[in-house]
Ligand binder design. Structure first.
Ligand code: 5GP
Ligand code: MG
Length: 461
C-alpha cells in the first residue's frame, strides 16, 4: 500500500493568459481537501516551474511567487495526509524532465497496488525520491512516453497498470490533462473559464473562478483541456463504478455538485431520512459544526423540530481528527467547540454529525451539553457505522480505531453517554445519495471492496 494516505484536491487550467493566479485561487477553494501542503506547476513555454510548500495554500504558495510563474498551462494540488508523512518532499505536483520535454503529475486518491508496482520498478533499477504514489504514476507515464510519444496513450497505459483510486492532473509541456480511474472513486469535473478551460476536484472551484460547469469527467475518461475547448478520450468497454459515498457525506464542500448530485442537497436528504428512520421526541435539533450542519437542517425540516446552533466552533482551531494521540485529540475537541448555554440549558436535544469514527468528538460534546444543562442528549449519525478501513484515499485506516468494531450500537451509546443513538441505514444513505448502491463504494460500512485487496472481501467475486 502507498505510504502517505491522502484524499487531496487537484486542479488544471489552460487559458490565453497567466494561469498561476487562478490555479492558486482554485486551490484555496479546495483547501478543505488538504491542508498539509500545496503546490502549482506552470509551463512557461520551455520549462515547468513549480511553487510548492507545507501548510495552507496562502502560505505554501505565496502570492508573489505565484505571480512569478508565467505561463498559460498549469496544474495544482492540495494535499491531505496524516501526520508522519509530512514534508515538502511529498508536496505535489511532482515534475520531471524527460526526453520529450517536461512532465508533471498531481494526484487525488490511493493506488492499491502501489507496493507491487514500485517494487517491480525498483528491481528494474529505477529509483524513487518520495514515498508517494504520485511519483509512481509520473514514472509509469514517462516510461510509456519513452516507448510511444502519444501522451494520451501513455496515460491510458499507466491507467491500465494502476489499481485503486485516482483523479489525476497531468501537465505535459504545454498540454493539460485530467483523468479519472475507471471506478470513479473521487470526483473531478470540467469547466469553462474566462479565456480557457479548467478542471477541478470539485465544481465549486469552477464557480469561484466565475466559470461555467461543463460536465463531470466520467470514470475511465482522460480529458485534455485547451484554451479553446476540450477533448474527451473515453475508456473502451464497460466497467463497474464505485463512487466514494464519503465525498457526499463528509469530504466535499456542500456547494459542490458531484456526478449530478449537489452535496448540500444530499446531506439534507440524509437528515430527512434519519428523521424518518430514527425519530425522537425533543425540543431542538443541533448540528455538530461544520460537517453535520446540512444533515441537521434536513432532520429539523423533516421532523418539524426547531433548528438551533448550539455549539460555537473556533474557526481558527486546527484539525483534531489527525492528531496522533487520543489524549491530544480529546483536548483539542474540547477547546474547539463550546456550547451556547442559553440554547441548550433545560432542553431535550438531538445532535447530528456525519459520522462516528473513533467516537472522540461525540463523547466529549455530549458531556459538554450535559454540563451546560441539557436535559436529554440524543445523537443521530448521517452514515452507517464505519467498520472497515479505506484503501482509496479517506483517512480511516485500521479496524482497531473504529469504535463500531468494539461495541454494539447500544455499547457505543453508552460510551458516548447519549440518551439514544441512531445511525442512518445503508439503504437510507443510498436513497439520499440517489444513485444505485452498486454504483457506490460503501466499503467502509460493509467491508466489500471494489478492488482486490489482500485479506479483504472482493465485492465483485
Ligand atoms: P471521531 O471523533 O468519531 O473519531 O470522528 C468523527 C468526526 O470526525 C466527525 O465529526 C467527522 O466529521 C470527522 N471526520 C470523519 N472522517 C474524517 C476524516 O477522514 N478526516 C477528518 N479530518 N475528519 C473526519
Ligand atoms: Mg466533523
Amino acid at each position: 500500500m502507498a505510504g502517505p494516505k491522502h484524499s487531496c484536491g487537484v486542479v488544471g487550467i489552460s487559458a490565453g493568459s497567466g494561469v498561476a493566479h487562478p490555479l492558486r485561487t482554485a486551490l484555496m477553494i479546495l483547501q478543505h481537501r488538504g491542508q498539509e501542503s500545496a503546490g502549482i506547476s506552470v509551463f512557461d513555454g520551455n520549462w515547468i516551474e513549480s511553487v510548492r510548500g507545507d501548510g495552507l495554500v496562502e502560505a505554501a504558495i505565496p502570492a508573489d511567487r505565484a505571480e512569478s510563474l508565467k505561463g498559460t498551462a498549469g496544474i495544482g494540488h492540495v494535499r491531505y495526509a496524516t501526520t508522519g508523512s509530512k514534508g515538502v518532499i511529498n508536496a505535489q505536483p511532482i515534475t520531471v524532465k524527460i526526453a520529450s520535454g517536461m512532465l508533471s503529475v498531481a494526484h487525488n486518491g490511493d493506488i492499491t497496488n502501489f507496493s507491487v508496482l514500485r517494487d517491480e520498478y525498483m528491481r528494474e533499477g529505477r529509483t524513487f525520491l518520495t514515498d508517494s504514489d504520485s511519483e509512481l504514476i509520473l514514472k509509469l507515464i514517462s516510461k510509456h512516453l519513452s516507448e510511444d510519444p502519444d501522451i494520451v496513450k501513455a496515460i491510458r497505459a499507466a491507467m491500465g497498470e494502476l489499481d485503486g483510486a485516482y483523479s489525476l492532473a497531468v501537465l505535459y509541456n504545454g498540454r493539460v490533462f485530467a483523468a479519472r480511474d475507471p471506478f470513479g472513486f473521487h470526483p473531478i469535473c470540467l469547466g469553462k473559464v474566462e479565456g480557457g478551460h479548467m478542471f477541478a476536484s470539485e465544481s465549486t472551484a469552477i464557480d469561484a473562478l466565475k466559470g461555467e460547469f461543463i460536465r463531470d469527467i466520467q470514470p475511465g475518461e482522460i480529458c485534455e483541456i485547451t484554451r479553446d475547448g476540450y477533448v474527451i478520450h473515453a475508456m473502451e468497454g464497460a466497467h463497474p463504478h464505485s463512487r466514494c459515498m464519503f465525498e457526499w457525506v463528509y469530504f466535499a464542500r456542500p456547494d459542490s455538485v458531484i456526478d449530478g448530485r449537489e452535496v448540500y442537497e444530499v446531506r439534507k436528504r440524509i437528515g430527512m431520512v434519519l428523521a424518518r428512520e430514527c425519530p425522537a421526541d425533543v425540543d431542538l435539533v443541533m448540528p455538530i459544526p461544520d460537517s453535520g450542519r446540512a444533515h441537521a437542517i434536513g432532520y429539523a425540516l423533516a421532523a418539524g423540530i426547531p433548528y438551533e446552533e448550539g455549539f460555537m466552533k473556533n474557526r481558527f482551531a486546527g484539525r483534531t481528527f489527525i492528531l496522533p494521540e487520543q489524549k491530544l485529540r480529546e483536548a483539542a475537541v474540547s477547546t474547539k467547540m463550546i456550547p451556547i448555554r442559553s440554547t441548550v440549558s433545560g432542553k431535550r436535544i438531538i445532535i447530528i454529525d456525519d459520522s462516528i469514527v473513533r467516537g472522540t468528538t461525540l463523547k466529549i460534546l455530549v458531556s459538554m451539553l450535559r454540563d451546560a444543562g441539557a436535559k436529554e442528549v440524543h445523537v443521530r449519525i448521517g452514515s452507517p457505522p464505519i467498520i472497515a478501513p479505506c484503501y482509496y484515499g479517506v483517512d480511516m485506516k485500521t479496524r482497531d480505531q473504529f469504535i463500531a468494531n468494539h461495541y454494539s450500537i447500544e455499547g457505543i451509546r453508552e460510551q458516548i453517554g447519549a440518551d439514544s443513538l441512531g445511525y442512518i441505514s445503508l439503504g437510507g444513505l443510498v436513497e439520499a445519495i440517489g444513485m444505485p448502491a452498486d454504483e457506490l463504494c460503501l466499503a467502509c460500512t460493509n467491508g466489500k471492496y471494489p478492488t482486490c485487496i489482500k485479506g479483504e472481501e472482493y465485492r465483485f467475486s
